[in-house]
Each structure stands twice: as structure tokens, then as C-alpha cells.
Design a protein around this ligand. Structure first.
Ligand code: ATP
Length: 443
């Protein structure tokens, strides 16, 4: 495996070269820390979101979905405390004028030039814009800095329309915006990003139990999708680190080439959010208990993850190099459920009816999997290209296919090839996806 620093460079370069991630506005010189996802990157992100939605919503009966607007009334951000308190402490270097998050630098000297730093000042991270044609104070609105508040302000709507009662959750995936002081580390910290958040509303006496449940469940989700367990850990926040409203918080962290960093936070937010919105809006956000004829404000457990951070984790974690037939092979060992292309179909040569036969097989496979057809270059080169983008299976159509209706199915990780009747292909690929294990796959 490459050294940590070069690993990050290699991933960034592969992402650009193969169409995962490009610098935004590149033909105009780029825009600081903004990134565009290319044809393979968009597929990877979709799969990350699908895997999250499936495990958080579709595989259970106690969580429903929501897609709230990015623009909400400014009163929402006033009540939630974001206008007042969604700030990071910022320091400037008096010499080189570079700007840093005070909690990201040690001591009082600039990490870039050693110059003296100013005292920390509060910097609000919300982007402001104007709603409508008049640009005045009354028309100021904010781009949401998190998806969670859209969930809290719809609590009553969902309660009334879905017939759910606590314990139950509302899940949402969508873009959030934060004017980060120091974005960086590729897509790890950007100013526009996607979040996957779920607010789980529970009777207060069950909150601790659900907090424990969700921190384990969310940790396991990354491991189930193939992330190396030795690079994952849970970090419980100390009491003095907790946000003032949080009763407990655990971060799922991953060991990136730039160090252990947060992937996702799981917080027990108590009744803070619903109480704030209840007070500010005048709406009763309590739940009525039929048996005891009493009302209570639910507590909230929040697993909050980032799509881009998760995608970066899967990319970095999957990156591997090995030596095959005397050549260094770059391979992304994605879980087959995350790989942008599931099966590549490759006719051995561009003649003897092989391309037509391969196209016919592709049409069949396309109904079940994402496929990619490639007939250019030598077969070895085509395998390498698929390894490099993380395609778990390659199907090769050759002379025997034409005679016996069989193909070779090649596995990315072991490079093992097996001869399979065309009629068994779909079942065989499905079985392999089902049975995929990272440890087994890596031998
Ligand atoms: P940090 O301390 O890294 O700024 P945070 O604790 O403020 O993060 P949360 O508010 O808990 O982050 O957001 C939940 C998740 O959203 C994070 O774990 C991360 O995956 C994602 N996220 C937050 N900010 C960004 C960002 N600027 N770029 C990309 N993803 C982000």
C-alpha cells in the first residue's frame, strides 16, 4: 500500500482521471474547495445514499422519509439557535493574513508562516441570500446549514399524516451549506455538501437505550459496506466537548491519510429542539399519551452523516495496489453494492460475432445491474481499467461462447476466472454480490 500522504494524492488523481470527482468551474481556474462529481462519482454517491436510505427507512417500519426545502423561514434558524450560535472561532495571521479555525490550530503562532495570530472572533457559518426581488434586511434568508431543522419543523405534519408515534424517526438526505473557514482535504470539508440525517423521536425514558442502539447501528453500517474495521472507531465526546443542549454524543471516526476524523455524529439532543420550536412558534409539539391522558415532549437521537465524507471514505478505503503478472495493478476494492459499475462486458475480439453476442448479454444483464460495454484494447488492459474504477465483475465473450454459450466471469479482487453458462450469469453475479466479504475477498 502507498504511504499516507501519497495515498491521498493518488486517490485525488484517480478521481479526476477516471471521472469520479473534478474541481468545480475548472475551465475558469476552479472555485476554492468546490467539487463536481463525474459520471462514476455520481453513481457512487447515489449508491451511498441508496444504501443509507435502505437501511434507515426501507428495511424498518419505524422510520419515514422527508425532503424539506433548503430555504426556510429565518424564524427557524432563530429558534434553533443558528443565527446566534452557529459560529466557529476564527483567527487571522497578522503576517501572512491566512485565516484559520481557532480550534484547528495549536498555540498562538500561524501554522503556515509562524506569524502571530489575532484573538479568536466568532464567524457565523450560514450563507445569506435574498428572497424575491428586493435586497433588504426583511428579505434575508439562509441556505440551510443542516437538514435536521426541516425535520423538527415538520414534526407535527408527519405525526398527523403518517400515524407514527414515538419511538419513530424521520430521515432526510439533502444539500447543506456552511461557509467553512478552512475547507479542505478534498471533499472531506467543503462549503456545499450533502447530509444524511435522521431524527429519532423517543419517550424520554427510552432515550439512552436508543442512543446506544443507534451508535452501534451506524458504526456497523460502514463495516457492513466493507470499510476495514481497523480503520473505524467510535469516539465518545467528553462532557466539556458536548454542545450545551446535547446529553451525549459519539462520533464514528475513520483513519484518513490525514488522521482520524469524524465521519458521522450520533447525538442525544434531549428535548431541546422541539421545545425551542414550540416556544418560538407557539405550536404545541408535544405527544399525547392516550392511556395516561398526559402530554410529553419527545427526546431526539440524531445520527448525522455526510454523503461526501462517506463517499471519500469508501474511495480511500477501497484503494489498493498489488502486483499482477509483474505489473502494479491499481484496484478499488469497493463493496459490489457501492461500485458504480457492477459488471463489464468485454468481447475478446471485435470480430466473429463476439461484439453482437456481448451486446445481447449486456442487454440481459442491464435489467438487473449497472453494466459497461468495452471492446477497445487488449483484454488485459480492459481488465486493468475496470479494476481501477472498482468494477467487481467482468464477463468475457470469446470463441467458446459462440460454440457453447458459456462466458468467463472474472472477479476483481482475486482475479479468478470461471467458466459459466450464459443462462446462469445473472444468478451467479447475484450470488457473488450477496456472498461478498471484504476479508474473504482480500484472501
Ligand atoms: P466538523 O466538526 O467536522 O465541522 P460537525 O461536527 O460540525 O463537523 P455535524 O454538524 O455533526 O458536523 O454534521 C454532520 C455530518 O455532516 C458530519 O459528520 C459530516 O459527515 C457532514 N459534514 C458537516 N460539515 C461538512 C462539511 N463542511 N463538508 C462535508 N461534510 C460535512
Amino acid at each position: 500500500m502507498p504511504e499516507a500522504a501519497s495515498l491521498m494524492d493518488k486517490v485525488v488523481s484517480l478521481c479526476k482521471r477516471r471521472g469520479y470527482v473534478y474541481p468545480a468551474s475548472e475551465i475558469y481556474g476552479g472555485l476554492n474547495s468546490c467539487w463536481d462529481y463525474g459520471p462514476l462519482g455520481v453513481e457512487l454517491k447515489r449508491r451511498v445514499k441508496e444504501a443509507w436510505w435502505r437501511s434507515m427507512v426501507h428495511d424498518r417500519d419505524d422510520v419515514v422519509g422527508l425532503d424539506s426545502a433548503i430555504l426556510q423561514s429565518p424564524l427557524v434558524w432563530k429558534a434553533s439557535g443558528h443565527i446566534e450560535g452557529f459560529t466557529d472561532p476564527m483567527v487571522d495571521c497578522r503576517a501572512c493574513k491566512h485565516r484559520f479555525r481557532a480550534d484547528h490550530v495549536e498555540g498562538s503562532r500561524c501554522p503556515d508562516c509562524g506569524g502571530e495570530l489575532t484573538e479568536p472572533r466568532k464567524f457565523n457559518l450560514m450563507f445569506k441570500t435574498f428572497l424575491g426581488a428586493v435586497e433588504d434586511d426583511a428579505s434575508v434568508v439562509y441556505l440551510r446549514p443542516e437538514t435536521a431543522q426541516g425535520i423538527f419543523v415538520n414534526f407535527l405534519n408527519v405525526l398527523a399524516s403518517s400515524r407514527k408515534r414515538p419511538p419513530f424517526g424521520i430521515a432526510q438526505i439533502g444539500k447543506s451549506f456552511r461557509n467553512e473557514i478552512t475547507p479542505g482535504n478534498f471533499v472531506f470539508r467543503t462549503r456545499e455538501f450533502e447530509q444524511m440525517e435522521m431524527e429519532y423521536f423517543t419517550p424520554p425514558e427510552q432515550a439512552t437505550r436508543w442512543f446506544e442502539y443507534w451508535r452501534k447501528e451506524r458504526f456497523d453500517w460502514y463495516a457492513r459496506l466493507g470499510v476495514r474495521p481497523e480503520r473505524l472507531r467510535m469516539r465518545d465526546h467528553r462532557k466539556d466537548e458536548l454542545a450545551h443542549y446535547a446529553r451525549a454524543c459519539t462520533d464514528v471516526e475513520y483513519e484518513f491519510p490525514f488522521g482520524w476524523s469524524e465521519l458521522e455524529g450520533i447525538a442525544d439532543r434531549g428535548s431541546f429542539d422541539l421545545e425551542r420550536h414550540s416556544e418560538a412558534s407557539g405550536e404545541n409539539l408535544k405527544v399525547f399519551v392516550e392511556e395516561t391522558k398526559t402530554h410529553y415532549t419527545p427526546f431526539v437521537i440524531e445520527p448525522a452523516a455526510g454523503v461526501d465524507r462517506a463517499a471519500l471514505t469508501f474511495l480511500v478505503d477501497a484503494y489498493d495496489e498489488d502486483v499482477a503478472q509483474g505489473e502494479t495493478r491499481v484496484v478499488l476494492r469497493f463493496h459490489p453494492r457501492l461500485a458504480p459499475i457492477t459488471v463489464a462486458i468485454l468481447p475478446l475480439v471485435k470480430k466473429e460475432g463476439m461484439p453482437e453476442k456481448a451486446r445481447e448479454i449486456e442487454r440481459e444483464l442491464r435489467r438487473r445491474f449497472t453494466t459497461f460495454y468495452d471492446e477497445s484494447a487488449a483484454i488485459g488492459r480492459r481488465y486493468r481499467r475496470q479494476d481501477e474504477v472498482g468494477t467487481p465483475y467482468c464477463v468475457t465473450v470469446d470463441g467458446e461462447t459462440m460454440k457453447e454459450d458459456t462466458v468467463t466471469l472474472r472477479e476483481r479482487d482475486s482475479m479468478a476466472q470461471e467458466r459459466i453458462p450464459v443462462r446462469d450469469l445473472v444468478g451467479s453475479v447475484e450470488g457473488r454480490i450477496e456472498g461478498w466479504r471484504r476479508a474473504g475477498a482480500r484472501g
